[in-house]
Design a protein around this ligand. Structure first.
Ligand SMILES: C[S@@+](CC[C@H](N)C(=O)[O-])C[C@H]1O[C@@H](n2cnc3c(N)ncnc32)[C@H](O)[C@@H]1O
Length: 167
């Protein structure tokens, strides 16, 4: 088995990782930044293993068992605040296409029966719209009506079985 069988498709400062250098994980992001890149106050570095665009990944199909996709959720605020500098921002003109392409790439590089975790925050766009753009139904995640703004959705790449294999 390959050593790196987990992919973080846009790791940023890896805030949600318990082990920020997990030995079985490949971390990618568009950016590479040293500590203190925001201002004089302390902030985390952004140090992916590879600089790569989640819309066009340089991996063969079905390379990973688990993919986590946590794209920027704020849209069209280029000269933003500290949070935008830290976590990035989607382009107001292209964000739908960018999310769709990113999700499709995460799906492509996922093995059959692999798991994709997608994180979204409703601050700029509601999850229902984003899930419509993605066009796949999660197995589970916060249902509509939840007042919590940050949502985690779990998808599994279950291959379509032919009639023969089905019970
Ligand atoms: C919300 S942050 C990720 C935060 C991260 N999960 C954490 O725990 O700190 C989103 C990241 O997506 C990156 N990003 C934005 N567009 C990207 C793209 N097209 N390809 C790869 N990374 C991208 C940004 O540079 C930013 O670091």
């Amino acid at each position: 088995m390959r050593k790196k069988f987990i992919l973080d498709a846009c790791c940023g400062p890896k805030c949600f990782w318990w082990n920020k250098n997990h030995p079985n994980t490949l971390y990618i992001d568009l950016r590479d930044r040293d500590k203190g890149f925001i201002d004089s106050r302390p902030n985390r570095e952004i140090k992916p293993d590879k600089i790569m665009d989640f819309r066009e990944m340089d991996f063969p199909d079905k390379s990973f068992k688990l993919v986590v996709f946590d794209p920027p959720h704020l849209i069209g605020k280029e000269d933003g605040c500290r949070m935008i500098k830290h976590y990035g921002c989607l382009n107001a003109e292209t964000w739908q296409d960018d999310i769709k392409r990113g999700f499709n790439e995460c799906w492509r590089v996922l093995e059959d029966y692999g798991v994709l975790i997608f994180k979204w925050n409703d601050a700029s766009k509601k999850r229902a719209e984003v899930l419509r753009i993605i066009g796949k139904e999660p197995l589970f995640g916060h249902p509509n009506g939840s007042k919590i703004p940050t949502h985690w959705f779990c998808f599994m790449k279950i291959p379509k079985l032919t009639g023969k294999e089905e019970e």
